[in-house]
Design a protein around this ligand. Structure first.
Ligand code: HDD
Length: 692
């Protein structure tokens, strides 16, 4: 008997004019129903007379309302608030020594990616800048199948065993009776949980540091968190930690900015990413690995590599760059792509394997499971954004929302009906053949003793920060615990901090007006300067925004020069004036993009007052400059623009304040370098100590 036709599941998705997916919704000349029937009127329902009741036979009305009624799907149970972008990963080929994964091992190979950034605790409509961990989930559409690296911007996690994930999330989410606070850890149940579960301390230290309030997605590190097992072409294995290093450097907001932004622009991070991409400043990260020997101990220099509350300091194992990620295309449709993308830690490709980390093991179950509720059935891999770019030839059949039209008669193996096909693949055919590993032991609910060390790395993190970063940690703990009502919870968390660092505990206790308990912090810990984000040489400024205060009398050509100098480094200049419109005439014009009413200091990384600008007594302008000064941003003025700084009480000799006669090259370079330093931290002590 001749073989029957084989199923073809690799048929490409319908492609619309905008790219990779079907964009039929708004194409064609006429509005139609879902059945393609042209619609004559979509504003008036069919009624019995113009004042009469609506008729049930109006199929267009019923279809329109019914579809609308079902437009929402359940938001993600965690990481509901997010934004994403498309891009490309290019391999340096340097990982060839440790992995056979083709997208990493082959120098110059490019792989399409889709990356979703998120907060953890807030609902889908919550603010971007809340103090929280950020998700950093990368979908690599490799030609050996899809690999998802579902990471965070913090290299450690709150818990060591996935069975506790519902507990930590229930504690962090709004309280269940009246559902508040939204997207905040500053409440009793969160601090109740973490003070009772001291394994959370290291992650909490990171959350309370500046890492909990990133400046933007482009200035955020990413981490795979767990230890992974890489396998090379000869079958040799290594243990690795994955890192994303932002080309733009690692920078954060200050807490007051984060709070203002949550009200003024809840979309702060999402807007920054979309605007940057639109303006031609893609988000860029280097992908790197720390490689540790797979010697059967799953430990490295005393660090348990299976414990997700521990990191490996970069001074002990440097991060080796293995490729570059560039995000340069905004999604076409938020729902179809960003909302429907489904990441899964079990989406692995040959050459990348998991370890026994008990947090990772539970994740391997959860991600597939959650999509079934969220995306309404088991066929979510057929959604355009989730479709692998490698050919698919599975034997999964039917189910809700099945869109494939499978041919063939034998969706099983072995078969003779479909000619015995398809074949299974061995390692030489790029099959995912798990490396053999010995697994034995008694069934116990227990952790290894090494998981009991909850403080050494918490102390290491705190002591590795600079003084100004430590001040921020103290403020953050004092703020969060200051929002807790139960005295016993505050006291218990102070007892935790006493085991991290005596000075930290005493300063937070003083802020809360409570006695500082005694603890036994490690005196002699490893210090890892790589954990600090403060830099002393200017970094790149692509995507940064500079606000220029001006009016019709300002030196518009000077603004033009500053704009050109900024554009050369990928930054943008935006003119702010008392009223909207265009300043100047003829060739020398500047469009006003913000007025004193619509601007807020958080939108910009630096402010410059243009020469020739008339001093204004508008309180909104004074507050704008004072706020920027308090947030240690670069502030500059040229010519008589300096008079405005003086009005705002900003001394022209303060750190990070630049003045010049004209907007010449030296002046512009000084301004852009100050932006590259991110903040004038030398100003911080004076700003904090200032009194009115
Ligand atoms: Fe998770 C989503 C990251 C532990 C269960 N997680 C989710 C997302 C990120 C992370 C970035 C959002 C993905 C997206 O944008 O769609 N999660 C982490 C990291 C963890 C971690 C870095 C620890 C190292 N997660 C973790 C555990 C469990 C889950 C221990 C359960 C046992 N995570 C989920 C989930 C989510 C999720 C319920 C919700 C939506 C989704 O998966 O698709 O399955």
């Amino acid at each position: 008997m001749p073989p029957l036709p084989r199923p073809d599941q690799s048929a490409p998705a319908p492609v619309g004019p905008t790219g990779s997916h079907d964009s039929r919704a708004q194409s064609g000349d006429f509005l139609t129903t879902a059945q393609g029937v042209r619609v004559p009127d979509t504003d008036h329902s069919l009624k019995a007379g113009d004042r009469g009741p609506t008729l049930l036979e109006d199929f267009h009305l019923r279809e329109k309302i019914t579809h609308f009624d079902h437009e929402r799907i359940p938001e993600r149970v965690v990481h509901a608030r997010g934004a994403a972008a498309h891009g490309t990963f290019e391999s340096y080929g340097s990982a060839k020594t440790v992995t056979k994964a083709g997208f990493l091992a082959n120098r110059g190979r490019t792989t399409p990616v889709f990356v979703r950034f998120s907060t953890v605790l807030g609902s889908r409509g919550s603010a971007d800048t809340v103090r929280d961990t950020r998700g950093f989930a990368v979908k690599f559409y490799t030609d050996e199948g899809t690999f998802d690296l579902v990471g965070n911007n913090i290299p450690v996690f709150f818990i060591q065993d996935g069975i506790k994930f519902p507990d930590v999330i229930h504690a962090g989410k709004p309280q269940p009776d009246i559902e508040l606070p939204q997207a905040q850890s500053a409440h009793d149940s969160f601090w109740d949980f973490v003070s009772l579960h001291t394994e959370a301390t290291h992650h909490v230290m990171w959350n309370m540091s500046d890492r909990g309030i990133p400046r933007s997605y482009r200035t955020m590190e990413g981490f795979g968190v767990h230890t992974f097992r890489l396998v090379d072409a000869e079958g040799k294995t290594s243990l690795v930690k994955f890192h994303w290093k932002p080309v733009a450097g690692v920078h954060s907001l200050v807490w007051e900015e984060a709070q203002i932004a949550a009200g003024v622009d809840p979309d702060f991070h999402r807007r920054d990413m979309a605007d940057g991409i639109k303006a031609g400043a893609p988000l860029e990260y280097e992908f790197g690995i720390q490689v540790m020997p797979d010697d059967g101990t799953d430990t490295f220099q005393g660090i348990d590599l299976l414990d997700p509350t521990k990191l490996v300091p970069e001074e002990l194992v440097p991060v080796q760059p293995i490729g570059k990620l560039t995000l340069d295309r905004n999604p076409t449709n938020y729902f179809a792509e960003t909302e429907q993308v489904a990441f899964h830690t079990g989406h692995l490709v040959p050459g990348i394997e998991v370890t026994n980390d008990p947090l990772m093991q539970a994740r391997l179950f959860s991600y597939l499971d959650t999509q079934i509720t969220r995306l309404g059935g088991p066929n979510f891999s057929q959604l355009p954004i989730n479709r692998p770019h490698a050919p698919v030839n599975d034997m999964l059949r039917d189910g809700m929302h099945q869109t494939a039209v499978h041919t063939g008669l034998a969706p099983y193996l072995n078969n003779t009906v479909d000619g015995g096909e398809p074949e299974v693949a061995g390692a030489n055919d790029h099959g995912y053949v798990q490396t053999e590993r010995v697994i034995e032991g008694r069934a116990v609910r227990a952790n290894p003793a090494s998981f009991d060390d909850h403080f050494t790395q918490s102390t290491m993190f705190y002591r590795s920060l600079t003084a100004i970063e430590q001040d921020h940690v103290v403020e953050a703990f004092t703020f969060e615990l200051g929002k807790v009502f139960e005295q016993s919870i505050k006291e218990r968390e102070l007892a935790v901090l006493a085991n991290v660092d005596t000075d930290l505990c005493e300063r937070v206790a003083a802020g809360l007006g409570l006695p500082a308990p005694a603890g036994t912090p490690m005196e002699d810990v490893f210090v890892s300067p790589a954990l600090s984000q403060i830099i002393d040489t200017p970094g790149p400024i692509a995507g940064r925004k500079i606000g220029v205060i001006a009016d019709s009398g300002s030196d518009l050509s000077g603004i033009g020069k500053l704009r050109t100098a900024a554009a050369r480094r990928g930054a943008t200049v935006h003119v702010i004036a008392a009223a909207g419109g265009v300043l100047g005439k003829g060739v020398r014009t500047q469009v006003v993009e913000r007025t004193f009413l619509t601007v807020r200091s958080i939108e910009f990384d630096a402010f410059v007052v243009a020469g020739g600008t008339t001093p204004s007594t508008d309180i909104k302008l004074i507050v704008l400059l004072q706020e920027a000064f308090r947030h240690c941003k670069a502030i500059a003025a040229w010519g008589d623009g300096t008079a405005i700084l003086e009005r705002a009480g900003i001394g022209t000799t303060e750190p990070g304040v630049i003045v010049g006669d004209t907007a010449v090259k030296a002046f512009n370079d000084a301004v852009l370098s100050a932006v590259g330093l991110h903040r004038a931290w030398d100003r911080a002590a004076a700003v904090m100590a200032s009194e009115v």
